[in-house]
Design a protein around this ligand. Structure first.
Ligand code: MN
Length: 198
């Protein structure tokens, strides 16, 4: 069963002025699509083509001869997750369970913001910053390239893509501005709450 590129959960222009339709056009239509195409080509006519995306990622993780499959499959998952982490008129302070849990585990929302920004801006080169659940505790981590929390036994709750292709057209080299805007105007806290409770 071949992987498919999922549709964006909103109109391409609806994250403007924070993320342009042009960025989403390239990021979803070209980059995400390329990961889907590559993962399908690399698993075609092998037993791996029958695995679900999650099972495929876990199966090829940490196998040196399968690194190409891992990189593409994990990037398919990471991007689908990232699109859902944003929504028009999102960002700002959360509500629901996640608000309470952030206060418990980080002391305050301000502390969470500051830790998340540090992770996102200090990831050297391409990668991701994540809010994850480690057993029952919230943690912030960063991962390089395609690396993804599930292979470390962590449950992803929120991510920001800090590959340059995610922000270069809109923010050029100003990754800190992109991360700041992501937190202020884009985070879909309903999705984060859903992940926390699932
Ligand atoms: Mn990306």
């Amino acid at each position: 069963m071949a992987l498919e590129l999922p549709s964006l959960p909103y109109e391409k222009s609806s994250l403007e002025p924070y993320i342009s339709a042009q960025t989403l056009d390239f990021h979803h239509g070209k980059h995400h699509q390329a990961y889907v195409t590559n993962a399908n080509n690399l698993t075609k006519d092998t037993p791996l083509e029958n695995l679900s995306l999650e099972d495929l990622i876990l199966h090829v993780a940490n196998k040196p001869d399968k690194v190409g499959i891992f990189n593409n499959a994990a990037q398919v998952w990471n991007h689908t997750f990232y699109w859902n982490c944003m929504k028009p008129n999102g960002g700002g302070t959360p509500s629901g369970m996640i608000a309470q849990k952030i206060d418990e585990d980080f002391g305050s929302f301000e502390n969470f913001v500051s830790e998340f920004k540090i992770a996102a801006t200090t990831q050297f080169g391409s990668g991701w910053a994540w809010l994850v659940l480690d057993e029952k505790k919230l943690k912030i981590i960063k991962t390089p390239n395609a690396d993804t929390p599930m292979v470390h036994g962590l449950k992803a709750l929120l991510t920001v893509d800090v590959w340059e292709h995610a922000y270069y057209l809109d923010y050029q080299n100003r990754r800190p501005d992109y991360v700041d805007i992501f937190l202020k105007h884009l985070v879909n806290w309903d999705f984060v709450n859903q992940n926390l409770l699932s």
